[in-house]
Design a protein around this ligand. Sequence first.
Ligand SMILES: *Cc1c(COP(=O)(O)O)cnc(C)c1O
Length: 406
Amino acid sequence: MDNMKVYLDNNATTPTDPRAVDAMLPYFYQMPGNAASRNHPFGWEAEEAVDYAREQIAKLIGASSKEIIFTSGATEGDNLAIKGVFEMYKRKGNHIITLATEHKAVLDTCKAIEKKGGEVTYLKVNREGFVDLAELEAAIKPNTILISIMFANNETGLIQPMKEIGQICEKHGVLFMSDATQAVGKIPLNVKELGIHLMAFTSHKMYGPKGVGALYVSRKSPRVKVTAQIDGGGHERGMRSGTLNVPGIVGFGKAAEIAMTDMEEDSKRVSKLRDKLEAALMANLEEVYINGNKEHRMPHVTNLSFKHVEGEGLMMTFNQNIAVSSGSACTSASLEPSYVLKALGLGDDLAHSSIRFSLGRFTKEEEIDYTIESLTKGVTHMRNLSPIWEMYKEGVDLDAVVWSEH
Ligand SMILES: *Cc1c(COP(=O)(O)O)cnc(C)c1O
């Protein structure tokens, strides 16, 4: 039991499904062609494999294969979508609306847009993590060209009301972009039904290999264009130059196909395990809080705050055995509380005391049992050592205590 290694950090990256690995292998040596080589069979078979993967991926999201642009991952997809739309639709306007709780790949791209003369509105979210639809609609101006809202949050698993957002975009003639990295392949979604015009996602968060992703760009009503961010041979219909990662794309395609067949089963099984973990920890321990809305969230994620226990310290009590994420981000000099949790209104203390558990296709029940046991022990141990916990138990109003400065 003590050398059990439990991986509950599937929102950071997922293992590659062995079935995807098998599909990739022939494309390293036996079929080494460049998909852009049009004049010999090696090139043709590589191109055929890429086209097949494009179909598999398009099918998963309800798009047509011509609407899939291969990238190196979701970071590149976010950059290409946002910068590409900003440059392409400059004459129409320069205003973009996004959320304070987006991934850095979107937020930092928006910061870069601001430096280039763009105007960006960062909408707040409520206590549960949802965007306010009335506020969103009110933020639209004549110069708004793009609304970029993530599908599911990477820290809390919260799913935004995508259909309603799509309707608002449609009503105002604004392009709708989504970073759907955490949702694609795990919950059913259809870009046409939701009115999404651009959508970035990545293979390594849905059991495919790392270093490959896709950007969906709508080709019909509306026909969307993005300015290329990488110039070169004009691959991917001129939107993204560079030799395609054929084995990676094949693995990504296979992962998409597996997602279509296994999604329902996976999500039922994994959400049961997630609920078991959550219920057991809340039963075993006092003062445990779920961060974000409980109903509209991804089936495999729970983000919990253990009051008066510092998350990073807690992780050290089982660090070698259980991989999770804490609500603190390492910056150069200090541990910063997660900006996503702070946007939900959590104080620094509760943000620092949070742990994200992200389960996955390969999570086993005995691993969850082991995690429940380790967490219960770890939290109890840390609270037993904590003078703050002792004061809290004695009924001292901690908010009223004046702490001396050092
Ligand atoms: C992981 C992640 C990304 C980055 O994806 P890469 O493929 O690693 O570049 C972007 N957005 C979200 C929401 C993510 O979870």
